[in-house]
Design a protein around this ligand. Sequence first.
Ligand SMILES: C[S@@+](CC[C@H](N)C(=O)[O-])C[C@H]1O[C@@H](n2cnc3c(N)ncnc32)[C@H](O)[C@@H]1O
Length: 272
Amino acid sequence: MLDYQLIDSGEYERLERFGKFYVVRPEPNALWGRTNTNHVGWKSPDARFEKKWSFSQASLDDGFEISRGNHTFFLKPTSFRHLGIFPEQEPQWESISDFIKHASKPVKLLNLFAYTGVLSVLAAAEGADVTHVDASKSSVVWAAKNAQLNNITTVRWIIEDVRKFVEREVRRGSTYDVICLDPPVFGRGAKGEIWRLEEELSGLLSQLKKISHKETMVVANIYATATYPESFKRVMEEIFDAKGRVILTPTLLTESDGKSQLQTGYSLVIKN
Ligand SMILES: C[S@@+](CC[C@H](N)C(=O)[O-])C[C@H]1O[C@@H](n2cnc3c(N)ncnc32)[C@H](O)[C@@H]1O
């Protein structure tokens, strides 16, 4: 498990522990009151984002490491208020690792909008043949650093617009056993191509269908969209010919009281 805990949330903020550091960030979904108001992390966090970051010690701005079992990842506060990891994706990391572990042949995994490469590293560590695609050079450099921290040398790094890369793979006739995508609502390709989730997702899924096979596992994460989750589920069922096989699950973080949960988005999974 990741050395991480959502401690508490409320009043439009969340308090988290990343390794030994307490971090407070805005959380528009935390409509409720806080449970643990006296927690030291609320009073004097190591890092807090309010329009911009402030730190208890300046060195935190340069980043720090966090562990997950025998793996290590580099985190760094970014201007988007992220730290380079989405801890709510833990159940997916586990189920993808399980899929790779139990597959009867080496698994080819395509990681799209792959960001800092946590999934790429974990999948490669299980022996998957990983292709990591992201349009941002700095994200790929960060992901490569995460790979290096874990002695992973096998990942194929691609800095490109996801749509362009996938089109090329369609022309080449490539297929993948696992396809993961973590698209933002709005983004840009490597040459500034505009990505808008609601307008582009079904086109991308249609191309992905062409590089999948009957047994391909597809895992999509969706955050902060105006479109209802059931709409994405339906389009995935249609495109992948997977009626009744798309599992829609909220991505949740459980707080330190062991009960309260914060939803951060949802995932859509097709698994045979
Ligand atoms: C931060 S991650 C995951 C975001 C998460 N799902 C969310 O919405 O908060 C999104 C990644 O997609 C990449 N990205 C955005 N548009 C892209 C595109 N058209 N092609 C390739 N990568 C893109 C960004 O560089 C970033 O690393």
